[in-house]
Ligand binder design. Structure first.
Ligand code: 13P
Ligand code: SF4
Length: 346
């Protein structure tokens, strides 16, 4: 394609959400990234939170964590460029270790992944011997290597239910764990691992889930008051909340699901307006893909990590083969078991 054709294609899709002056600059970057992608036999995976001029142009696959993990596992390309955050790129490396996996910015972290260490998991296992451990995919590779299975927001309930009535440890997102506990009817506790266990404590006598107090710094900010305010202004708005929001927020919303589940829900429904309680780029991406849908946006709440990934850095990533994800072989081997189990469920 020529830069002019790329610009026209971008304009057709993005004119309502990206100003023309920016489209002209970004078309040049897109053109060069797409040329290099073919030259280097690379595949680009783009998470649903990427900004619209990136999301709608360079990825071969876009989606939620579960779908992108599956695409990473399947690809036969030499290079996987992951336009998402570091734990996602690590998951791609674990699933397809013979490929070069690149992430355009090493600053793309995640408050949930930062909230727990492999040593924390070892201590919990000592405290609850024999209890299966489930880790949300938003964790680093050394944590994944300590657990029995991983899950994403797209299959968390199915993964917990796969253990039947057994008690499970579910890490590290407090709110996702509370939402899953509610859906599966399990009583959840959040023990402190610093002090000795207290088997006589009332809440330690009868429980089916053990959680951890990690939080997503984005989703924890949404409140029931935000929902009430929006509903008073737009009485027929349909509100969709990511399950990393508090249970109070997910219960006050009309639907809760993974980022891709939210997109599918909107595609099928016909409300006069929609509000996503998640990273606001997703509202832009849906507005561009489905112009008939009116998207309301709460853009004061942003994921600083996902927003590190730009077209400029993605181009540099392909030009300079940076930043490559490297993990110790034993961590890859141990983490692969829990991640492959995750990919197979739901
Ligand atoms: P999804 O798996 O639903 O795409 O969520 C990833 C994430 O980081 C949400 O904040
Ligand atoms: Fe992590 Fe939250 Fe950002 Fe998702 S939105 S990457 S959970 S900090």
């Amino acid at each position: 394609m020529s830069i002019e054709t790329t610009y026209q294609a971008m304009k057709n899709k993005l004119a309502k959400v990206v100003p023309d002056v920016e489209l002209r600059i970004k078309a040049e970057l897109v053109e060069e990234i797409n040329r290099l992608k073919i030259e280097k036999n690379a595949v680009i995976l783009g998470h649903n939170y990427m900004e619209p001029a990136l999301y709608h142009t360079i990825p071969d696959y876009t989606g939620d964590s579960l779908y992108l993990s599956r695409m990473a596992a399947k690809t036969d390309k030499d290079i996987i460029v992951f336009c998402g955050v570091k734990f996602m790129a690590e998951t791609a490396k674990i699933l397809n270790p013979s490929r070069t996996v690149l992430i355009p910015s090493m600053r793309a972290g995640c408050s949930l992944a930062e909230s727990i260490t492999a040593e924390d998991v070892r201590q919990l296992k000592q405290r609850y011997p024999g209890v299966p451990v489930i880790a949300y995919v938003n964790t680093y590779a050394d944590v994944k290597a300590e657990v029995d299975i991983c899950c994403t927001s797209g299959n968390a309930v199915a993964v917990v239910e796969s253990f039947g009535s057994q008690t499970v440890i579910f890490l590290p997102d407090e709110y996702l764990a509370r939402n899953v506990a509610r859906e599966t009817g399990k009583h959840i506790i959040f023990p402190s691992i610093s002090g000795p266990a207290n088997p006589a404590a009332a809440d330690e006598l009868d429980f089916q889930m053990v959680g951890w107090r990690g939080r997503c710094e984005v989703h924890e900010k949404f409140t029931v008051k935000d929902i009430q305010n929006i509903r008073s202004q737009f009485p027929d708005v349909l509100i969709l909340a990511h399950p990393e929001c508090s249970p109070e927020v997910t219960m006050a919303s009309d639907m809760s699901g993974s980022t891709s589940e939210m997109i599918k829900f909107i595609e099928k429904s016909s409300a006069p307006q929609y509000l996503l309680l998640t990273e606001c780029s997703m509202g832009d991406n849906i507005a561009a893909a489905l112009p008939a849908k009116e998207m309301l946006r709460l853009c004061s709440v942003r994921c600083p990590h996902m927003n590190q990934i730009t077209l400029e850095d993605t181009l540099k990533s392909l030009q300079l083969n940076r930043y490559a994800i490297n993990l110790p072989d034993d961590i890859i081997q141990r983490a692969a078991q829990s991640v492959e189990r995750m990919v197979a469920i739901g």
